[in-house]
Design a protein around this ligand. Structure first.
Ligand SMILES: [Zn+2]
Length: 341
């Protein structure tokens, strides 16, 4: 079998499911931890690797929140965001819808306007410097409940930064029923934002139905358990509702126990529009290129198939028609050139 990684590395890609703080590379986390000396997060990259080894999903949330706690000033936010775009550019990610949880920062005392200015400044600088186009999905941290939902909706709709296009819901699913968030999604959708909740990662297919019926989901974050419900798979396929699949994340959080048994195969077989994403890449010791490699192995993909997978990401994105055409053309041109060598 040919080594597909050089092809994947140069392939223009869209990333649709990746978290802001969860994209903090060990170097940046170490830098922030050193800057905020009272943090329990280790400051050397090797110890960080151990720190980022999770026993279960709850442990992952704990670690994640301890990194959230390192983002304390607008300058921390700007630096983090800009650095994430640099990492994306290195992987030839051309467009990303980055999930940002403003509540986590504003509730820790970062001024809300300073926060918005920081992400917008980083977005514009990153596009100018790296050619990476960033858009925001503001998500409700589910574990913080309805007050967090109210605050996230307020920040999204009242302050509405230019790059904001979507409204989401993250955090744990167990004990956090989706329907309670319906009023907030209704408001966001009425204001023109897209609905992209996480669902069916650590709970069953009924959570995905809830996300579709109650939250107006246009894409599903993870949706891993969809494969337990043939009717749901058929519905997703028929309505072209994409799944944001993050294979390595699913293993790290134990949402899936064995990578070789990952439900991505069943999703594709059912005709569902599958996109591949990295979720919290440095925390899971991965990046988008590695996830494409995993998908290629699990699904038996060649270069053309990988180009199709990248095009799924474009199709499932909230880019406008011209933006989609341009990025699709880039993928086709790159692939044709590669295969002609
Ligand atoms: Zn996620």
């Amino acid at each position: 079998m040919t080594d597909l990684h050089p092809f994947i590395a140069g392939l223009p890609k869209a990333e649709l499911h990746v978290h802001h703080v969860g994209s903090a590379s060990p170097r940046i986390v170490a830098e922030l931890a050193a800057r905020h000396a009272d943090s329990k997060v280790p400051t050397d990259p090797e110890a960080l690797a151990d720190y980022f080894t999770f026993t279960d999903f709850a442990h992952f949330i704990d670690v994640y929140l301890s990194v959230v706690d390192l983002i304390r000033t607008p300058e921390d936010v700007r630096l983090l965001t800009f650095e994430i775009a640099r990492d994306m550019a290195r992987q030839n990610i051309r467009y990303a819808e980055l999930t940002v949880t403003p509540f986590s920062s504003t509730s820790r005392g970062i001024p809300e306007l300073g926060f918005m200015e920081a992400i917008e400044d980083a977005r514009k600088s990153a596009e100018a410097e790296f050619g990476v186009v960033l858009r925001w999905c503001f998500d409700i941290p589910g574990e913080a409940g309805l007050p967090a939902a109210e605050e996230t909706a307020r920040l999204a709709l009242d302050l509405r930064p230019e790059g904001l296009i979507a409204f989401g819901l993250g955090g744990p699913e167990i004990g956090v029923p989706r329907p309670q968030f319906k009023p907030y999604f209704d408001r966001a959708i009425a204001a023109g934002l897209h609905s992209v909740p996480h669902a069916g990662e650590t709970t069953g297919p009924e959570t995905i139905w809830d996300a579709l019926r109650e939250l107006g989901a246009e894409r599903i974050g993870h949706g891993t358990s969809a494969v337990q419900d043939p009717e749901l798979l058929a519905y997703l396929a028929e309505h072209r509702i994409p799944l944001e699949v993050c294979p390595t994340s699913n293993i790290a959080t134990r949402a899936v126990l064995d990578l070789d048994e990952h439900p991505i195969k069943a999703m594709v077989a059912a005709g569902v529009l599958v996109t591949v994403n990295s979720d919290d890449p440095p925390m899971f010791g991965t990046d988008l290129n590695q996830e494409y490699g995993v998908a290629a192995r699990l699904l038996g993909l060649d270069e053309r198939d990988l180009a199709d997978l990248a095009k799924n990401g474009v199709e499932a994105s909230f880019l406008d028609t011209d933006g989609k055409k341009r990025l699709t053309a880039e993928i086709d041109a790159y692939t044709a050139q590669w295969l002609a060598r």
